[in-house]
Design a protein around this ligand. Structure first.
Ligand code: IMP
Length: 430
């Protein structure tokens, strides 16, 4: 039986999905991105060479894969073309292996203008890539899809209406002018479309007919999910497993045979604003940031760092129906004498063992920690459990006992080869 695999982010994004998807893609025939847009920054290091992908599925770096940009994404066409050409220049053939959904919504320059303006009032700390406004237009039925570009007159009319609306909003609400030119925007969009046109298909039907094995690549993380995350400090798509069906157009039943795994760091990070109960603003937090190289791949912003939050992680296990966790960056903890994990939240004597929805509660809760003795040994590049110190093994064991799902793989460094399996994955037996 064909076994597909879904890889999600279990935390607030930046868990190391890029590396994991890249190495697992070797076993799959097609790789699919289905939500978010260029707010993602998936970093992969192959043979010392660094690749950062924002729109393309990471698995495209393997020459045998077909890459799908599915309908739930919001796409800046110019960036997509640049990303493909950038890889082509580096010797990877991408054009003949990529398909873009005809239903994909476009991120237009006016969405980026709005993203910046919205950030001035009620800061979320977005990536300023126009993601939220593009989804606003989609759900407000003002969006422009790739399939619309076939009809030039209609596209021009839609762009004109949208630009006038944004102009009004800028002037009347924010007392600002923008410098966007309709004709220039239209020409550039059509120019990008010309490059990509041959690769535009109905990706839902393509996937329904495809007989090979498919890896679905989530972007951002469960705690940034528009419905299940720390709303409103979230991204504007369903970054959890909830986004799979609407993001691909595939029926929920399609995924019943798939494995669902999520990637988590051995500690926690987040970028942008919003609740983060285990955040450390002291020396320990700084040490996590420096040892983990915790700076955004898309924006370069320093990431907020803290201990592993098992309450949030358990939420991810439940919401996504996870079959396993892939743990990354354990080596970042190598030099800590004491390591803590959050096992509950507490507020005024009330204990929370599940993740609360309310922002007010989340901003008040204090983490209840369990302490572990550090291992103070180098684990970078370890290739089997026997190479891990006893204390590191106890740490991993505790995580899987608490979550009730296995830690299936440990990633032990940024290079493709730096990982090992802790249990045999089901799809390897197919
Ligand atoms: P947006 O997706 O640009 O609208 O940003 C909304 C929130 O999601 C902000 O806190 C961003 O920092 C965060 N975010 C968006 N994409 C990523 C990502 O790929 N990794 C981590 N955080 C992200």
């Amino acid at each position: 039986m064909k076994k597909d695999l879904v890889i999600l982010g279990a935390q607030w994004g930046d868990e190391g999905k890029g590396k994991v998807v890249d190495l697992l893609s070797a076993e799959f025939d097609a790789v699919v991105r289905y939500q978010g847009g260029s707010n993602a920054g998936h970093t992969v290091i192959v043979g010392g060479e660094k690749f950062v992908l924002h729109l393309l599925p990471t698995g495209i770096l393997h020459q045998h894969t077909i890459g799908i940009v599915a309908q739930g994404m919001v796409v800046d066409l110019e960036l997509l073309v640049d990303e493909i050409e950038g890889l082509e220049k580096r010797g990877l053939s991408v054009w003949e292996r990529i398909f873009v959904s005809d239903r994909v919504h476009l991120v237009m320059p006016y969405h980026k203008v709005l993203d910046s303006l919205f950030e001035r009032k009620g800061k979320i700390g977005t990536t300023l890539r126009g993601i939220g406004p593009s989804y606003m237009f989609k759900y407000g039925r003002k969006g422009i899809r790739v399939c619309d570009l076939e009809d030039k007159d209609r596209t021009y009319k839609l762009m004109k209406e949208n630009l006038e609306f944004v102009q009004d909003l800028c002037e009347k609400v924010y007392c600002e002018n923008h410098s966007l030119d309709l004709d220039d925007m239209f020409e550039r969009t059509m120019e990008s479309y010309k490059s990509i046109k041959e690769r535009v298909v109905d990706t839902t039907r393509w996937l329904l007919k495809f007989e090979g094995r498919v890896l679905f690549e989530g972007a951002q993380g469960t705690m940034l999910d528009i419905d299940m995350g720390t709303y409103p400090y979230v991204t504007s798509s369903n970054a959890s497993a909830l986004g799979l069906s609407n993001g691909t157009g595939l029926p929920p039943k399609y995924f019943s045979q798939s494995d669902f795994w999520a990637v988590s760091k051995a500690y926690t990070t987040r970028v942008g604003e919003g609740p983060f109960p285990t955040e450390l603003t002291d020396e320990t937090g700084l040490m996590l940031r420096e040892r983990g190289g915790e700076y955004g791949a898309t924006t370069g912003r320093p990431r907020r760092c803290g201990w592993l939050d098992l309450v949030a992680l358990k939420h991810a296990v439940e919401v996504n129906g996870l079959d396993g966790i892939i743990l990354t960056k354990l080596d970042v903890l190598d030099q800590f004498k004491e390591i803590k994990v959050c096992v509950a939240y507490e507020e005024d004597g009330k204990v929370f063992e599940s993740f609360p929805a309310g922002l007010t509660t989340l901003s008040k809760v204090k983490p209840v920690y369990k302490s572990f003795r550090g291992w103070l040994k180098d684990t970078r590049g370890a290739k089997s459990p026997s190479e891990l110190p006893e204390n590191a093994l106890s740490y991993v064991q505790f995580i899987q006992d608490y979550l009730g799902v296995p830690v299936v793989m440990l990633s032990t460094g940024p290079e493709r080869e730096e990982y090992f399996w802790l249990c045999q994955p089901a799809w390897k037996e197919v």
